[in-house]
Design a protein around this ligand. Sequence first.
Ligand SMILES: Nc1ncnc2c1ncn2[C@@H]1O[C@H](COP(=O)(O)OP(=O)(O)OP(=O)(O)O)[C@@H](O)[C@H]1O
Length: 310
Amino acid sequence: MEVVLSVEGLEKSFKNRKIIEGISFEVRKGEIMAILGPNGAGKSTTIRSIMGILYPDEGVVKFHNHKEGQIPRNKIGYLPEERGLYRNVKVMDMILYLAELKDYPVKKAKERTLHYLKKLGLEGKEKVSVEELSKGMAQKVQFIGSIIHEPELLILDEPFSGLDPVSQEVFKNEIKELARNGTAILLSSHQMNMVEEICDRLFMIHRGQKVIDGTLTDVKNEYANFKCTIRGENELALLKQLPRVSRVEQKDGLAIIHLAQDVIIPNWLRQLPESLSIQELSIDRISLHEIFIDIATDQHTVKEGAAINA
Ligand SMILES: Nc1ncnc2c1ncn2[C@@H]1O[C@H](COP(=O)(O)OP(=O)(O)OP(=O)(O)O)[C@@H](O)[C@H]1O
């Protein structure tokens, strides 16, 4: 698939502290790519460097095959982390102003605004002043402003934050539809369930460096080992001695036993000792949320030569 955005060797320091060190990735047409990382990892710094709001110390950002520094702004849509619209402007005028900044025809922008206001549950709000909107409503208006000019690349910094579950669902579906229609999308989010549902590829930064870069399937195959949850009265020492166990947590009478990679579940279950107290037992793959925590808290040990952890 055609590469729309490529980031090569991005580095940025603030006050002599390296925030990102040699970050490289690509976003392709019609793909939703998540940029992940713990608070302060450098996601917004990366996004702001792509948008030219910050100057990286090193690295190249390219849009299609345009030369560095020639990124056509009217082909890019951006929802910044800091939300902000002019407060005493009417919704329609606000969006038309944003469209005009991108040289987008007014008539088309009007039609698209009405279309999206309806789609996002804001029908009839076009003449309402921005200051009269709730936070979530204003976020929807800002989102419409970021896509009004039919961008080829859409960058969304925490698009789901501050939205109720229904609005999150609406945003999620809209983002998926934009990607289906060919928009390349880069989004940052802490909502791993959302990321798991909509993103095709994941890129995770930890301590300034790339720790994951791959498709959701790659990441799941590489990191989403099984965990066995047992309800029963067992000593931690006994659980830790079970074969192929990488980590054990105990809480509320449950033991969560994280299994090593490549464990064959039926074989593993067969060799459990009779002395183990089992009232209930379940086996699950660990979720993206747990993978994130494992990596961010340095609890994940990476296989040597791991395919997706360059
Ligand atoms: N203008 C700045 N001056 C100094 N330090 C900065 C500046 N902008 C960001 N930082 C620092 O860079 C680091 C990365 O910040 P950034 O906002 O990129 O993280 P993030 O991954 O987006 O975090 P979050 O998930 O909390 O939004 C943080 O330690 C932050 O304090």
